[in-house]
Design a protein around this ligand. Sequence first.
Ligand SMILES: [Zn+2]
Length: 225
Amino acid sequence: MGDERSEHMPIHAEQDHCPLCRSRHTILYFEDRNRRYRQCLDCLLVFVPRCFWLSRSEEKATYDLHQNEPHDEGYRHFLSRLSNPLLAQLPPQQRGLDFGCGPGPTLSSMLEEHGHRIDLYDPFYFNDPSVFDKKYDFICATEVVEHLHDPDREFTSLFEMLKRGGWLAIMTKLVIDRQAFSRWHYIRDLTHICFYSRETFAYLARRFNAQHTFAADDVILLQKH
Ligand SMILES: [Zn+2]
C-alpha cells in the first residue's frame, strides 16, 4: 500500500509484522527524519521497526535524564489521573505491582498511602524477576507500554500475573490520526516505539478476556474476567 521503498529493500531489512498481534498486514504510517512508523491494519498499533531503535545503553541514558522525584507535587498530580480511578475500583488491602516504575517510584507510595502493598519492577532500576512468579490484584504501567520491545510477550505475561477480576491500569498517550501523529511531541522521544489507538485496547480486551474502560484520554483500565 504505497510503501514503495520497503518493497525494494531486502525482506529482513525492516521488521514489517506487528509486534503485538503478529499480523503481517502492516503499512507505512509515517516517516520523520529519525524513524519510520508502521501501522498494523488488524490491531491498529503503530510501531517503530527494530532497525530504528536505540541501543539498550542509549535507551538507559535517556531514562536517566527523566528522573522524577517521589515528592514532586506536579508529578503526583499527573499520576493521580491513573491512581484515582484505580483506587475507586479496589477493595482494601490489595496486592499490586508497579510495572516499569522507573528509578524513583512515586505511584507505589501514593497507592501504599491507601493501604495497598506494592511490588516494584523495572528492567533498568528494579530488575527483580521474582515478580513474574507472583499473582496480583492489580498492575500499574504508567508511561511504560510505549517502550515495550515485545508487547505480544509482555502483555501476555502481565495478564498471566493478574488474578481473575484483577485490574491492569495503563497510562499512555493514544494515536488519533495521521495528521495529529505528524505533529505529535510523543514520537520525538526515541525510546517510544509503540503507539496505541483506542481500537488497540479493544483488541487487547478481546484477546485477554478483559473489559476495558477509558478513565481519561491517556488512562485505560482493563479488568480481567
Ligand atoms: Zn497488530
